[in-house]
Design a protein around this ligand. Structure first.
Ligand SMILES: NC(=O)C1=CN([C@@H]2O[C@H](COP(=O)(O)OP(=O)(O)OC[C@H]3O[C@@H](n4cnc5c(N)ncnc54)[C@H](O)[C@@H]3O)[C@@H](O)[C@H]2O)C=CC1
Ligand SMILES: CC(=O)C(=O)O
Ligand SMILES: [Mg+2]
Length: 573
């Protein structure tokens, strides 16, 4: 449906809804609540006068009070709970507050604090956070009824679904996974201007194998073994079918599915409907964009790099596949490209002898064990041996294993590469494969480093080294909103590739410093416009775009900006 038409419907809906609500509902509805910012006129019209203190405030005054309250809180989790309360009571205030203090609040509403909140979900629970679907109600008619509670067919544009098996780096979190869907939605709005009222967070409760949760008397999810296999497949199929029946235009974003389901689920649905797996595709695109920046600094080409990727799971295979696609675009064969990528998992380098237990995603990257036979004293090839044999130019960690990029390994890598590219991308902060400050030290300041969670600049020898954050949050909001705006039939490989190009070619003025690998968070909305432009141009070129999307460049840029949702109070009549 045309986005302008959607906006018109929304305006009518706002007006009617307000006329119909009684005063209490208006104050309790986070979408419409303005708190002390309701004008005298609105207070009188809607019977709010005695329900509010007499002073009428501006959003600016409310922001100052909220920020003062936030600052007084001691730890990050308390701050997270406070911001969730603001979100649950006054959505406009929440987004205005976080937008103003984005670099400070981003680690509170997202990684690393989000991991703590998810782990403690059943303890800190106060208010329902989205749509909870459990496998004991595996019935499409029931599901459609439930979805209908969240809106009419055109209302929901973007849906994040998690099955909570592979949350951030902290694994199976059962019902608490709803908060990753919520957080991903917040960032869609903050970073790329998605209307938060068009967003639906979903958690699929298929049981949990997390003992701590199962044994916690406060745990709010199903206390049963996690369901896999056919029953899981049927449940997911019913969910997707019911979502598409209820919200035909919604784009589906899969988040933090477990390793065994993430890729098969993406492969099943991506050829049929507009959908995306953030951990596979988002991580692949953002990491490729950071690699492009790094090789610009080393004045080399992508095809000249050798990659060691540690953690051959959802993110690791996603990164490998994205690098391969890009190398192929630069003119080498897929086989040649795969030869330049060394994937390691728990047992070490993935070798031909592991073929039987390799995942489908790992299989194209198996290396010949015979090549390493002389180098390794055991049957397996560990990270140290891989690095000393292969001499990689880039080392990427998505293993969730803290500290496995040891000093020996990094110093060995640095002997053979002038400016080693090293990305410890695991979240949260305490699971990074190495501390950026150590990496800086071990590479004598030459390492081109990016981390998955935000870290402060490294100070060494009187110099500040800014560490870019390489997190899929820097790309999926742009991909998601561009997909919504285009109403693409499917999200194509070429659209994803244009997202990486768009991010890498963002004007340097939007980066913190000349050697930053990714743009600065404070400029995220502007960066997102560049990326959305690149993706929409590609969608137009593929004829995979709705008719109302402007064809001419300047008109398209203007339109992209106009479609953004901003945290401002509406005037109610
Ligand atoms: N920065 C970013 O944007 C993103 C970061 N991540 C992070 O990457 C990590 C992995 O996430 P997923 O790929 O979704 O999980 P996953 O569970 O699918 O993959 C992790 C892989 O690491 C392997 N592994 C475990 N111990 C290892 C070891 N000692 N050496 C090598 N491999 C080992 C596991 O067997 C598994 O295959 C998490 O910490 C997650 O937070 C994930 C997605 C995006
Ligand atoms: C960033 C992200 O998606 C993850 O760590 O799973
Ligand atoms: Mg994730």
């Amino acid at each position: 449906m045309n986005a302008f038409y959607n906006d018109a419907i929304r305006f009518i809906y706002v007006t009617i809804k307000v006329k119909w609500t009684v005063s209490t509902d208006l104050l309790r509805n986070a979408r419409y609540n303005k708190g002390t910012a309701f004008t005298k006129d609105e207070r009188s019209k809607f019977g709010l006068t005695s329900r509010l203190p007499p002073v009428v405030e501006t959003l600016e005054q409310q922001l100052q009070r909220s920020y003062d309250q936030y600052k007084r809180l001691g730890d990050s989790l308390q701050k997270h709970v406070y911001l969730s309360d603001v979100f649950d009571t006054n959505q406009t205030l929440f987004y205005a507050l976080v937008t103003r203090h984005l670099p400070e609040m981003y680690p509170i509403i997202y990684t690393p604090t989000e991991s703590q909140a998810i782990k403690q979900y059943s303890k800190i629970y106060r208010y329902p956070n989205g749509c909870y679907l459990d496998i004991e109600h595996n019935d499409p008619e029931y599901m459609k009824e439930q979805f209908a509670e969240f809106g009419k067919p055109g209302d929901i544009q973007y849906i994040v679904i998690t099955d909570s098996e592979g949350i951030l780096g902290i694994g199976d979190q059962g019902i608490g996974g709803i908060l990753i869907s919520v957080a991903k939605g917040h960032l869609m709005t903050l970073c790329s201007g998605l209307d938060p009222n068009r967003f639906l967070p979903i958690v699929l409760d298929v049981g949990t194998n997390n003992k701590d949760h199962r044994e916690d008397p406060k745990y709010l999810g199903l206390r049963k073994d996690r369901v896999h296999g056919e029953e899981y497949g049927r449940f997911l199929e019913n969910v997707i079918h019911s979502v598409k029946e209820t919200f035909p235009n919604a784009f589906i974003h899969f988040e933090d599915f477990g390793r065994s389901d993430a890729k098969p689920v993406l492969d099943r649905y991506s050829p049929k409907l507009p959908c995306f797996n953030d951990d596979i595709q988002g991580t692949g695109v953002v990491t490729l964009a950071a690699i492009f920046s790094a090789i610009r600094l080393t004045k080399s080409k992508l095809n000249e790099q050798k990659f060691v990727i540690v953690g051959a799971g959802t993110a690791g295979v996603g990164i490998a596949d994205r690098i391969v696609s890009s190398m192929v675009k630069e003119g080498i064969t897929r086989e040649e490209a795969r030869d330049k990528i060394y994937l390691l998992d728990k047992q070490g380098l993935i070798l031909d002898k592991h073929a039987d237990r390799a995942t489908e995603g790992q299989k194209p990257y198996l290396k010949k064990g015979s090549v390493f036979a002389d180098q390794s004293s055991s049957d397996e090839v560990d990270l140290e041996t891989t690095v000393s044999t292969v001499h990689p130019t880039a080392l990427i960690g998505v293993s969730g294993q803290a500290g496995i990029f040891s000093e020996n390994i990094v110093r060995e890598m640095s002997k053979h590469t002038k400016q080693p590219i090293i990305f410890p991308l695991s979240n949260p902060t305490d699971l990074m494969e190495a501390k950026p400050s150590d990496l800086n030290e071990w590479t004598d300041g030459k390492g081109l480093i990016a981390s998955g969670s935000p870290v402060p600049p490294v100070k060494r020898n009187g110099k500040d080294y800014y560490i870019s954050q390489c997190n899929n949050a820097f790309i999926y909001p742009s991909v998601g909103v561009a997909a919504v705006l285009s109403e693409c039939k499917t999200l194509t490989e070429e659209m994803l590739s244009s997202a990486a190009d768009g991010l890498a070619s963002t004007p340097r003025s939007l980066f913190k410093s000349d050697d930053s690998l990714l743009p600065d968070l404070t400029n995220v909305r502007e960066v997102s416009r560049h990326v959305k432009f690149a993706i929409l141009k590609q969608a137009l070129a593929e004829n995979n775009c709705a008719d109302y999307v402007p064809r001419e460049d300047e008109a398209l840029k203007k339109w992209i900006k106009q479609t953004e949702w901003n945290a401002e109070y509406a005037e109610y009549e």
